[in-house]
Design a protein around this ligand. Structure first.
Ligand code: MG
Ligand code: MG
Length: 253
């Protein structure tokens, strides 16, 4: 089925996701108290276009910007604005590009200066949960093994998993089948095979899992007002070990 990509397609997707990774690296250099989220968005848009690609989220269902930027209690789909980052904020930047006909998609939650230890721990655990999910994305496992591993790690740390929004297949479209929930039961769902490309993206809340959408029609926030973190990689299911196409090395180096 066309859920599965050829090696030629995966090579193109690797380039798309490398550009996403480098764009997030550019963003990480600019993140500091006093910069507006709209300025971060402009940096990303310019970098993506300078590299011959198209921002994937701009105009998607009418989304007005290049990045989804979600601060503190905002979970995902935050709209860039004149809001200026301040010391102690956390800021999730979700980036997608279209390059050579294929999409890339990745997200990272950054700290602005020094954040409270309990918030730093939320970021650490959410990123760990992403990698625990990726570990399960190997041939022979089932789709829900990914969400099971993510949920287990989050809940072991007394956090909660957002259920309403999920990861997804990705390729010539930004969102393809299958959906990839960040919770679930082991051994359920699609049997995974080499060449399936997935965007895995846990959204983990410090408090309760409930969320709602703000009046802007985009921004998703936690119902209890507590912090939320979001990390995302685009990966390929492989035999033995998943291949990560995006990367945080440009952020973390
Ligand atoms: Mg994304
Ligand atoms: Mg995604």
């Amino acid at each position: 089925s066309d859920l599965y990509k050829t090696e030629e397609e995966i090579d193109l997707m690797s380039r798309s996701n490398n550009l996403v990774a480098r764009t997030l690296g550019e963003i990480s250099k600019a993140i500091a108290p006093g910069i507006s989220t709209l300025s971060l968005d402009k940096i990303a848009e310019e970098y993506i276009r300078d590299n011959g690609a198209i921002p994937a989220f701009l105009g998607y269902d009418g989304f007005p910007n290049t990045l989804c930027i979600s601060i503190n209690n905002q979970v995902v789909h935050g709209v860039p604005s004149s809001y200026e980052l301040k010391e102690g904020d956390i800021v999730s930047c979700d980036c997608g590009v279209l390059l050579n006909g294929f999409y890339g998609d990745s997200a990272y939650t950054f700290s602005v200066g020094t954040v409270k230890p309990e918030i730093q721990q939320l970021l650490k655990v959410t990123k760990e949960a992403l990698y625990k999910g990726i570990e399960k994305a190997v041939e022979g496992n089932h789709l829900r093994d990914i969400g099971f591993a993510i949920q287990k790690h989050a809940e072991k740390n007394d956090y909660s998993v957002v259920r309403e929004m999920v990861g997804h297949g990705i390729g010539k479209s930004l969102h393809e089948d299958p959906q990839v929930p960040n919770y679930g039961r082991q051994g359920r769902g699609l049997k995974l095979r080499d060449g399936l490309v997935l965007a895995i993206e846990p959204m983990i809340n410090l408090g309760k899992r409930d969320i709602y959408q703000e009046d802007d029609g985009w921004t998703i926030v936690t119902a209890d007002g507590q912090a939320s973190a979001h990390f995302e990689h685009t990966i390929v299911v492989r035999k033995g070990k998943a291949q990560i196409l995006s990367g945080f090395e440009f952020i973390e180096e």
